[in-house]
Write a protein that binds this ligand. Structure first.
Ligand SMILES: *Cc1c(COP(=O)(O)O)cnc(C)c1O
Length: 392
């Protein structure tokens, strides 16, 4: 047997026995997995003006069209592009389409949860742009509008990108839209972390009312597979995005992935609103329960409007831990979180969890030195995937 296949099987077995609270991950339904593992996984399709450059594409084209159509419905957007192979690729397409060389960009600073890719030594350097920080108030998790206007006035950006990887609170978009109109700046929203919550209508439902474009990953709060989407109500913008797709930022769009995404869109269309409602409810309730233990969540008493909770590093220091050591401690107890102090409730919600008491108990137990790995294993084996065609 292949060495790698053995490792894959070990991985699957390992992760099937752990409780996943990683904020940037989710779990695929058997229907989505079936598409991922299908013959489509080794095929090409390239739709030119009036024909496909490849043969054997009679179903591939229909899959792509239907998936785009389903995506516009789920997001109530006029135009959708589902070919970007990741959120990062989608952001490249958007930046290339809306910026000129030597142009200026504004985004949330990394130290306040902004995406690393927008910081000056990554995408801006690669494309010849300059990034300016959006002034941000971490204590309230809000953009400082007054200071932002000052930076916008002095740096004259052609694009402002909202969105964060550490993402707890919605933005007040109307004043930002007005500011962008005043200074002739395009407004984009990188919703990578929250695409599933936006689809389900539980977070920043006004994103496309105020922003020119909404884009992001399809596998964080969205049901997967891993990939990216771009949404807009502006036909000219979508045409620009499409020009920066094939042969610029990517070639093959991975038809198996698009088919899988189409199935996930159908799942989201049917179940998204219930799912997203519970994700947010679960993160608030987990935070509340954790606040009674030693790993304190940030932003008591509102905690979060998303799937994420931020942990206080100070509260962990009191127990001799940092984010990494805390994550390692939990992993020894079969609970997986990242090593940056975030906890996410998207995947457990997809696994049907609607009460966080048990999970909070496991975390608090592990933190107080108990070995809860056996109980966590038993708990996980009793969970069942919800929000798909095979769920009751
Ligand atoms: C995760 C993330 C990305 C990158 O997405 P990938 O799908 O991993 O390429 C981009 N922007 C933000 C805000 C993210 O959180």
């Amino acid at each position: 047997m292949s060495e790698i296949l053995k490792l894959v099987e070990q991985h699957d077995k390992y992760r099937a026995g752990t409780l996943n609270l990683q904020a940037s991950e989710n779990v695929l339904s058997p229907d989505v997995r079936k598409a991922m593992a299908s013959d489509l996984g080794s095929r090409y399709s390239l739709v030119l003006d009036d024909h496909d450059a490849y043969g054997g594409t009679r179903y591939t084209q229909e899959i792509l069209e239907k998936t785009m159509e389903m995506t516009t419905r789920v997001y109530r957007a006029k135009y959708a592009e589902v070919r970007p192979t990741g959120g990062h690729i989608a952001s490249q397409v958007v930046l290339l389409s809306l910026m000129q060389k030597k142009g200026n960009l504004m985004s949330i600073p990394e130290k306040y949860g902004g995406y690393t890719g927008y910081q000056n030594n990554y995408l801006p350097q690669m494309f010849g742009f300059q990034n300016y920080d959006i002034p941000y108030k971490p204590e309230s998790q809000e953009i400082d509008l007054e200071k932002t206007e000052k930076v916008m006035k002095s740096s004259n950006p052609s694009l402002m990108v909202l969105g964060q990887s550490f993402f707890l609170k919605h933005y007040e978009l109307k004043p930002l839209r007005e500011m962008c109109d005043k200074y002739d700046c395009t407004l984009a929203y990188d919703g990578s972390h929250v695409m599933g919550l936006i689809a389900g209508g539980s977070f920043q439902q006004d994103a496309l009312n105020y922003c020119d474009v909404l884009f992001g990953s399809t596998h964080k709060t969205f049901f997967g597979p891993q990939g990216g989407i771009i949404l807009t109500n502006d036909e000219d913008l979508m045409n620009k995005f499409r020009k920066n797709l094939t042969w610029r930022t990517m070639d093959n769009f991975h038809p198996s992935r698009v088919a899988a995404l189409g199935i996930a869109m159908e799942e989201m269309h049917l179940h998204g609103s219930e799912y997203a409602h519970w994700v947010v409810k679960n993160s608030k309730s987990l935070a509340k329960l954790l606040s009674e233990g030693d790993a304190k969540p940030l932003y008591d008493p509102w905690y979060s409007e998303t799937h994420q909770i931020g942990l206080s590093s100070k509260s962990l220091e009191k127990k001799g831990l940092n984010f990494r050591k805390f994550s390692e401690l939990l992993e020894r107890n079969r609970i997986v979180i990242d090593r940056e102090g975030r906890i996410g409730t998207a995947e457990v919600t997809r696994m049907g969890v609607i009460s966080m008491e048990k999970i909070a108990g496991f975390i608090n137990g592990a933190l107080s030195g108990q070995d809860v790995s056996k109980e966590v294993g038993e708990y996980v084996s009793g969970l069942k995937l919800a929000y798909w065609s095979g769920a009751q």
